[in-house]
Design a protein around this ligand. Structure first.
Ligand SMILES: [Zn+2]
Length: 326
């Protein structure tokens, strides 16, 4: 069988499509903006266009690839190929995305959650190569995760497992996009960092953060806060340390529940590095069972932005091989 596959990473802000070989080499890649608020048909057309661009760029036709893998943001069931809901893609609700894409593109298609795809990308080609029990987390606007047990993504009863960002850390905490209160991502994400910085600035705390945001509180970002912290700003350093503390609380929970060999940490917020991760690992060490904590390693995601698209492509190849082996 031909072993080139197409990976599609469907996120709330962008669609990334690549033609990928079995070693994780990308023959081409296409990035476009997700028409997230323009409804179902526009999103589907966006995916189709991106797929065609990636093929054209690689000088290939659809008949020259063996399968398509879509890693989609949101709650989905890979077995049924259905995307139930996606907070960042409101137009896609209970959509049989796998079958729709298969029909339009004329190629066997598989669907997986985007964070699970990213975990698989790290498993096949990145920081978790050769590790059978690990957890992938992405610290970003929110917090996503993928859980790999015995070399397989743990998808749960309906495919919704691994939503680590929505474990409750503080039952009276801030309201989350999911409707719950005090989810991990309301306390330990980029959104949490920005929210806390704006609150403190509004209360008149002295800080240089605004200097890194054009003087505009609306333009305060995790990057601006990080820049201020690097220049010694006290508030910025305190806020990043606080986020690190909560990252650590969540890590301790994951370590106690899953006893992973490795935790791979990706996502834009993790680029802050030691200032965030040192307190996180310290707190995780204080709160997790000693033996389990001693057994876990931490690694940065090796593939950056491409983990999702490579993982989606690898998932398609993996599932195709399973089908052919039957
Ligand atoms: Zn939540």
């Amino acid at each position: 069988m031909r072993t080139l596959t197409m990976g599609i990473d469907l996120g709330g802000s962008k669609i990334l499509t690549a033609i990928v070989d079995p070693q994780g080499g990308m023959l081409s890649s296409d990035e476009s903006i997700t028409p997230a608020t323009k409804g179902r048909e526009a999103i589907i057309q966006g995916i189709v266009d991106s797929a065609h661009h990636a093929l054209t760029q690689a000088g290939l036709t659809i008949s020259e690839i063996c399968a398509i893998g879509i890693g989609a943001a949101g709650i989905s069931n890979p077995e049924a190929g259905i995307l139930f809901s996606s907070p960042n893609l409101p137009g896609l609700r209970n959509v049989l995305l796998r079958d729709i894409m298969q029909e339009i593109l004329g190629k066997k298609t598989f669907l997986i959650n985007d964070a699970d795809a990213a975990a698989l990308g790290e498993f096949y080609f990145g920081a978790a190569k050769g590790v059978d029990d690990f957890i992938y987390i992405t610290l970003s606007t929110g917090i996503g995760g993928g859980i790999v047990i015995d070399g397989k993504i743990h998808t749960g009863a309906i495919g919704a497992a691994g939503e680590v960002g929505h474990m409750t850390i503080d039952d009276k905490g801030p309201i989350c996009n999911c409707g719950n209160r005090g989810c991990w991502e309301t306390l330990a994400s980029g959104t949490a960092l920005t929210r806390e910085a704006r609150n403190r600035i509004e209360r008149g705390v002295r800080t240089s953060i605004l200097e890194y945001a054009d003087g505009d509180i609306e333009k305060v970002t995790p990057q601006a806060i990080h820049s201020a912290a690097q220049q010694g700003d006290r508030l910025a350093k305190e806020l990043i340390g606080r986020i690190g503390y909560y990252v650590g609380v969540g890590l301790a929970n994951l370590i106690n529940i899953f006893n992973p060999e490795l935790i791979v940490i990706g996502g834009g917020l993790s680029n802050i590095g030691d200032m965030l991760l040192k307190p996180a690992f310290k707190v995780a060490g204080e709160r997790a069972f000693k033996e389990a904590f001693q057994a876990v390693r931490f690694a940065s995601a090796g593939l950056g932005q491409t983990s999702g698209v490579l993982g989606a492509a690898a998932f398609a190849l993996q599932e195709m091989r399973k089908l052919l082996a039957k």
